[in-house]
Design a protein around this ligand. Structure first.
Ligand code: GRF
Length: 217
């Protein structure tokens, strides 16, 4: 059983998807702790209701990034985790912090990286008129929202989408994608090969997503 620590900043729906998958036996791991940088994050209450140890480390209580990360490191290391999952964790992390957990920290990002790193991904995608948007799970490196990509989900952009509708559709895909990636990690199926990640024995069963769907009749 791999030991997982999840870092959150808010609602915690991606965290909840992992907890559900662990509870349902879809991930060969246990979530030993959830850490939030916001004490009022809704996800903290959800995790603690499910009996998961939670800690809040309010970044505003620390004079600088270094002291905040020192506290964060201590809270993580007490769990001796195999994997740290950034699930909507909205703090930039220093190179020293990232290096400490190299190869065992992953992030979910709401765009098809390398397009739209950073914030406001959905409105930026709509402004550019893309027809396919999505989300990415990647290993974390000190280049924010970069790092070897484990998996991506493509999501169609609909004519009447606004940022809220598009975000909701991407979020559903995020939950599936993150659960799959964490499951592969826990099963020992991820191999980092330079900038690329291989999933051992991955299914070759993929079809193109064409948006709008072609009229073939
Ligand atoms: C997700 O869209 C995640 O990709 C982004 O922030 C959102 C967090 O949602 N970085 P939740 O807290 O997992 O519900």
């Amino acid at each position: 059983m791999k030991r997982l620590v999840i870092l959150i900043s808010g609602r915690g729906s991606n965290m909840t998807a992992i907890l559900d998958a662990v509870g349902g036996g879809k991930i060969a791991g246990e979530v030993t702790g959830v850490i939030s940088n916001r004490p009022d994050a809704a996800g903290v209450a959800i995790a603690s209701d499910r009996g998961v140890a939670t800690v809040s480390i309010d970044h505003r209580a620390y004079p600088d990034r270094e002291t905040f990360e020192h506290a964060l490191t201590a809270a993580i290391d007490v769990h001796a985790p195999d994997l740290i999952v950034l699930a909507g964790f909205m703090r930039i992390l220093s190179a020293a912090f990232v290096d400490r957990y190299a190869g065992r920290m992953i992030n979910i990002h709401p765009s098809l990286l390398p397009s739209y790193p950073g914030l406001d991904t959905h409105s930026r995608a709509l402004a550019d008129g893309v027809r396919i948007h999505g989300c990415t799970v990647h290993f974390v490196t000190d280049d924010v929202d970069h790092g070897p990509i484990i998996a991506q989900a493509a999501v169609p952009v609909r004519n009447d989408d606004d940022a809220t509708a598009l975000a909701a559709r991407v979020l559903e895909a995020e939950h599936q994608l993150l659960v799959a990636a964490v499951g592969w990690f826990c099963a020992g199926r991820l191999v980092i090969d330079g900038a690329r990640v291989r999933v051992k024995n991955e299914s070759g069963d993929v079809v193109p997503l064409i948006v709008p769907a072609p009229d073939l009749s």
